[in-house]
Structures are given as C-alpha cells and as structure tokens.
Design a protein around this ligand. Structure first.
Ligand code: FAD
Ligand code: ZN
Length: 478
C-alpha cells in the first residue's frame, strides 16, 4: 500500500472479508472511534473494521500485516489512558469487536461461561445471574465496556477484594496474533500446567500483542444475602481500621470497600441529577462497603451491625447508613460510580490511578495533599477508590489550569509530584487503568530497566513489524 489507489485496494480487500456492514469509512461513522472517553486523545484511521467472527479477525489482521497497516483494537472505548485511540496520521485501522458479542456457552457443572470478546460486561453479568451464578467483575463502565477491553486492561473494579482482578477470572483465551494466526485456547480447565501460561501475556497487554477474540471465564455462587453500608469516617487511617474490623468479623464476605472523600461526594451532588447526601452531617471521608454471603439468614447483618457499633465506639466511624432496600443500596453505588462522570466537567483533571501497600495509604494521602498545595496553593483533590485493594484514584484540579489549554493538558509536572511520592513507597503508577499512550513515556521512569527490556523483547518477538497498537504500553528500544 502506498499511493491512494493502494488504500482503495486495501479497503476493498477488507470489505471482501467483513462485508459492507463490517466496514465504516465515512468520517461521521469513524469519528466516535477516533477520540477517547476523556476527550484527551484524538487520532485518525483509514476505517473502523467490525469483523463478525474469529476467522474474519484473522483475515483482517493478515491483510493489515501484508499492507503494513497498524491495528488498534477497540472494545467499548471507555478506557482511561488513550490505549484504544489510534495515532494521528491515518496509517491504521480501528478493529472493533462490537459485532462479536455472543455468549457462546454457560456450563453450570464446570461453573464457566464462554464468550466472544465483544460481549458487553453487563450482558455477561446478567446472563450469569439468569443462570443462578455470579460473574463478579463490576465497574462503572459495565454497561458499555466489553470483556475484550476488560481482559486487555486487566480491569479491576469494585469486587477485586474478594474475587481478584480480571486476570484471576480467566481460564481460557483465544487470540489472533499479529501475523493473523489464531492461538486457540478456549479451554475450561482450572488446572493446566502445560508450560508457559500464554493467556496471561495477553491479559493487560492493551492490545499490543494480539487481538483477543474469545474467553472462558469463571462463575461463582450467587450471593443470597447482601448488605451495603455507607459510613462516615474521620480519616483514611480510620477507614483502614474499619476494614480490618469488618474482616475479622465476617472474613472474606467483605466484597467491596471503597473510600470516598467529601469533595468527591460534593461533585456528584453538584453534577449528577437525582443524587442526595446520604447522611445529615458532612464528614471529610466516607466508606462504601458491600458484604455478601452465599448462605441466607440473619448472620451477616447481625455480625456487620455489631462490628459497626464497635467501630462507632472506637471512634472509627461517626455515622452510618445501612440502606433498607435494594433501590437505596443501588443509589449509593450509583453515587460512587458517578464520581468519574461528575469530575469530568468541573475543570482540567489530572488523574492518577495508583496503588500502595495498605500501610502506606494514609501517609501518602496526607503527604501528597501537602506537597500539591505547597507547589500549587488551592489545588483541589478528588480522592476516592478501591481502598480495600490499596488502589486510589487520586485526581486533582490545579488553579489556573484550563481544559481548553493544550499546554496545561500536556503538562506532566502534577503527575511527577504524585508519582514521586508513590514511587518512594514502592507503589504503582497504574493500578488498574493501564499505560496506553497516556503513560507510555512515564513508565520507564518507574519500572526497572530489566523489566522494560523484557517487555520490549516480548513485543518484538510477537509483533516484529510493530503493527499491533503501536505507541502504547512500551516504546521500541533506542
Ligand atoms: P477500550 O477502552 O475499548 O480498550 C482498552 C484497551 O484494550 C485498548 O488498549 C484496546 O486496544 C484494548 N482492547 C479492547 N478490546 C480488545 C480485544 N478484543 N483484544 C485486544 N485488545 C483489546 N477500569 C477499571 O479497571 N476499574 C474501574 O473501576 C473502572 N471504572 C470506570 C468507570 C467509568 C465511568 C469509566 C468510563 C471507565 C472506568 N474504567 C475502570 C476504565 C475502563 O472501563 C476499563 O479500562 C475497561 O476495561 C475498558 O474496556 P473497553 O471495552 O471500554 O476497552
Ligand atoms: Zn477504579
């Protein structure tokens, strides 16, 4: 491919594979795929290609490999670091999995579900529930993100505490490699030590090593008893004490434990219609926790209520609301899940998705706020997240930085302040959102040189021509 006629021929070849319905080239059809959820990254593409089967994905990838055209896999396009957005310039296609959206099989004896990569997460949750099982992956974008995207970002969400990350929920994976070959691996085995665990390479690879086309996922017993509590706590340290108290009271039945700062809640109340303050008095911090039991009966509620009363006596909790109905509980979770949306339009937000050992979290929150305020007085911090996993979404607005100022958008000085504090505590600069293009240049500062070298070698071994989602996760050596 080279001259314009070449592009036409290439697109004709793709059309021959996926049909008219699977190829979009008109700018109004392509445009939504060229910008990320945050509206930070924009790019160009020759087409959005929507194959309907693994064979079609394989043929499309092979055609791209022959023509030297880059492939940017895209799921629900809800990712937070521009990983699904093509580069400006246009020598690429966006490969959307949205037509491969079938649940292929639910096996109740084996407790597994086999899906195509384009399945929307909430559809898988719903199909599992209809079969009397739980698929525990749950996050704010679940109504539009796809399992292929979840796998490729190794998404976390609110139930990691009990069920693990996406990586922990996978038994088998089918992948189309950058040369078009299909690596079939839709095995539903809980034990399989036949050499390297290849599927794990592609989980969290953000589409840089291949295209995930299908997966076998684990199912779990459905909870019979569920309880949500929203507690006002004086500090993050008190929140961590509360987590320890709940765990010693009810063990692994704590399935979610989320921290919410007062300012995060205020943003939701300000920007999301129909929301209201769950408690009468303001508190600097809150915890939203979910507890589940696969046995029915009064045991869970009694144990949690007793632990919460002890927490009030110990000064860990100043007030608590336990919703009386599922609708009330859902309203609390909607509040928590609306924080990203609510903070989107308040100003230019510098986002950080960090993780730390539990013992370092409270100290980090204190120190980071002081460091930011010393350098940029009046900085407002939106701190919330999966405290039980040591994962905070530590975002901030810096006075004078505007959303329409490209220089402010590109500035990395705020990130550097935050990441230096994270790095000093052996934390991670990306707990669950990935690297994408947003952090590709920052990663080498915070990951070991040998680790980066191994990543580059893996990338070069699987994708020597560098056509699979170039410019994301790891830059070529040199
Ligand atoms: P996309 O954004 O389309 O793609 C993400 C990456 O995966 C890209 O690199 C893309 O190339 C690659 N990819 C997509 N499909 C495939 C495939 N089939 N094969 C190979 N590569 C592929 N994330 C969390 O981890 N936890 C949260 O709690 C959370 N909450 C969120 C809340 C909101 C409101 C929003 C908008 C996002 C949230 N996210 C969260 C981020 C995002 O939803 C996740 O990263 C999600 O897993 C992305 O899925 P997607 O289908 O939208 O992927
Ligand atoms: Zn999150």
């Amino acid at each position: 491919m080279g001259a314009d006629g070449g592009v036409g021929g290439f697109l004709d070849a793709l059309r021959g594979i996926v049909g008219e319905a699977g190829l979009a080239t008109a700018s109004e059809d392509v445009a939504p795929a060229l910008v990320d959820w945050r509206g930070f990254f924009r790019g160009d593409a020759l087409a959005v290609v929507r194959p309907a089967s693994t064979d079609q994905v394989s043929a499309v990838v092979a055609a791209c490999a022959r023509a030297g055209v880059a492939i940017v896999p895209q799921g629900g396009n809800t990712g937070m670091c521009g990983a699904a957005t093509p580069a400006p310039g246009g020598r690429s296609i966006v490969l959307s999995l949205s037509r491969m959206n079938r649940v292929l099989d639910i096996d109740l004896l084996n407790d597994t579900v086999t899906v195509e990569a384009g399945c929307v997460l909430s559809v898988i949750q719903q199909r599992a529930a209809e079969a009397g099982r739980l698929f525990p992956l749950s996050l704010g974008a679940e109504g539009s993100c796809q399992i292929g995207g979840n796998l490729s970002t190794n998404a976390g969400g609110i139930n990691v505490l009990r069920y693990g990350n996406t990586r922990d929920l996978v038994l088998g994976l089918e992948v189309v490699l950058p040369d078009g070959r299909v690596m079939g691996g839709l095995r539903a085995l809980r034990k399989d030590n036949t050499g390297y665990d290849l599927k794990q390479l592609f989980i969290g690879a953000e589409g840089t090593l291949g295209v995930i086309t299908g997966a076998v996922l684990k199912l779990f017993p459905q909870p019979r008893e569920s309880l949500t509590a929203f507690a006002a706590v004086p500090s993050p340290a008190a929140a961590l004490d509360l987590l320890a108290r709940l765990r010693s009271a009810v063990g692994s039945r704590v399935s979610a434990f989320e921290l919410v700062s007062r300012f995060s809640l205020e943003l939701v109340l300000r920007h999301i219609p129909g929301t209201r303050d769950p408690l009468t008095e303001a508190s600097p911090w809150y915890v939203l926790t979910a507890l589940d039991d696969t046995q029915s009966g009064p045991g869970l509620r009694e144990a949690v209520e007793a632990a919460l009363s002890e927490a009030v006596e110990a000064g860990e909790v100043s007030d608590v609301a336990i919703p009386g109905s599922q609708a009330q509980a859902q309203a609390l979770w909607r509040m928590r899940e609306s924080i990203p949306d609510a903070s989107k339009n308040e100003g230019l937000l510098y986002r950080h998705d960090i993780s730390l050992p539990a013992g370092d979290l409270a100290g980090f929150i204190d120190e980071a706020e002081r460091a930011l305020d010393a350098r940029w007085p009046g900085t407002r911090v939106v701190c919330f997240g999966h405290l039980g996993d040591g994962n905070l979404h530590y975002n901030c607005y810096v006075p004078g930085r505007r959303r329409d100022d490209p220089q402010a958008i590109a500035a990395t000085d705020v990130n550097e302040v935050v990441y230096a504090l994270v790095h000093a505590r052996n934390g991670s600069i990306s707990a669950e959102h990935g690297i994408g293009q947003a952090k590709v240049h920052e990663l080498p500062h915070y990951k070991g040189a040998v680790e980066i070298d191994v990543m580059q070698r893996l990338k070069a071994a699987l994708d020597p021509a560098g056509i699979m989602n170039p410019g994301k996760v790891v830059s070529p050596p040199g």
